[in-house]
Design a binder for this molecule. Structure first.
Ligand code: RIB
Length: 300
């Protein structure tokens, strides 16, 4: 049997504090919320779980605080069979939290880094061994930028493909981008990058995979734009859809290196994920993806 890919995710681990409201309040206004939930999240942890549900062997590198949230989040990763040898609990710092507002079928997020800000370059270097043995390394921008730069260096040193999901948007150097194998921004992050005059968008295009929500995914092949369409589903909660895509995309790239297949698989996983509330709840297994595709075929 073909072995499953080994993927290391270096990134944030958050507790999501989710409020559901009929509409977002104006500045200075109080509105009545409908519901409050506490759910595991963090772009790093979400992407690790997306990968683990698909069957990948996943190493997580990150940090949590010495509080209730921290232990619950480590337990959650372990329950999903993720190797947490690279997850440390640090004293006197709170676990990362994200305050998420769900309104009008979409989300807005305020994230407070807490322990995620302590995921330093030195800390990642301590786990160089995990990186060197990976088929792919996947990172986002909820940990310090220097750490992402160090990760890129280590991936280059060990010739490990490096996928960077540049979320939330930040100013990226040409040196970092030259070491990235694939960059997976959404539309907002693309606009942010285009505003950086140091970057040459034309050069970058060949490694960019743009997630455009219900409009699917765009990448460039021989300078031609290719669009992989998304499935139309009724969303319950879009939080974590991008993370689900990133995990599924990395999984297929590690297995086949076929970008169109990776985008199709990523879109399917993301479509399924938005049908349940919470970033991680709806992330599908491989069987659930296959069943969904089968049902679509029989419906035709
Ligand atoms: O991408 C969604 C995630 O962003 C949430 O789970 C939240 O923790 C923030 O990090």
């Amino acid at each position: 049997m073909e072995r499953e890919p080994i993927i290391t995710v270096i990134g944030s681990i958050n507790m999501d504090l989710v409020v559901t409201v009929p509409r977002r309040p104006e500045t200075g206004e109080t509105v009545r919320g409908e519901m409050f939930d506490t759910m595991p999240g963090g772009k790093g942890a979400n992407q690790a779980i997306s990968l683990a549900r698909l069957g990948a062997t996943v190493n997580m590198i990150g940090m949590v605080g010495d509080d209730e949230f921290g232990q619950a989040l480590i337990d959650n990763l372990q329950k999903e069979t993720i190797n947490v040898q690279g997850v440390e609990t640090i004293a006197d710092v709170s676990t990362g939290v994200a305050v998420i507002t769900l309104a009008d079928n979409d989300n807005s997020i305020v994230v407070v880094a807490g322990a995620n800000a302590q995921v330093t370059s030195d800390y990642v270097r301590k786990h160089e061994d995990l990186i060197s043995k990976s088929d792919i390394v996947l990172t986002q921008l909820e940990i310090p930028l220097e750490t992402v730069e160090e990760t890129a260096e280590l991936c280059q040193k060990h010739r490990v493909p490096f996928i960077l999901n540049p979320a939330p948007a930040d100013k990226l150097s040409t040196s970092l981008l030259s070491k990235v194998t694939y960059l997976t921004p959404n539309r907002i992050e693309v606009e942010y990058m285009k505003g950086n005059e140091d970057l040459n968008w034309e050069d970058l295009r060949k490694k960019v995979v743009i997630t455009e929500g219900k409009d699917g995914v765009v990448f460039f092949e021989n300078d031609q734009e290719q669009r992989v369409h998304a499935y139309t589903v009724k969303p319950v909660d879009t939080t974590g859809a991008g993370d689900t895509f990133n995990g599924a995309f990395a999984y297929v790239m590690a297995k086949t290196k076929r970008i169109t297949d990776a985008c199709q698989f990523g879109n399917t996983a993301a479509a399924l994920s938005v049908m349940k509330k919470g970033a991680q709840t709806g992330m599908p297994t491989k069987d659930e993806i296959n069943r969904f595709i089968q049902e679509l075929r029989t419906d035709k």
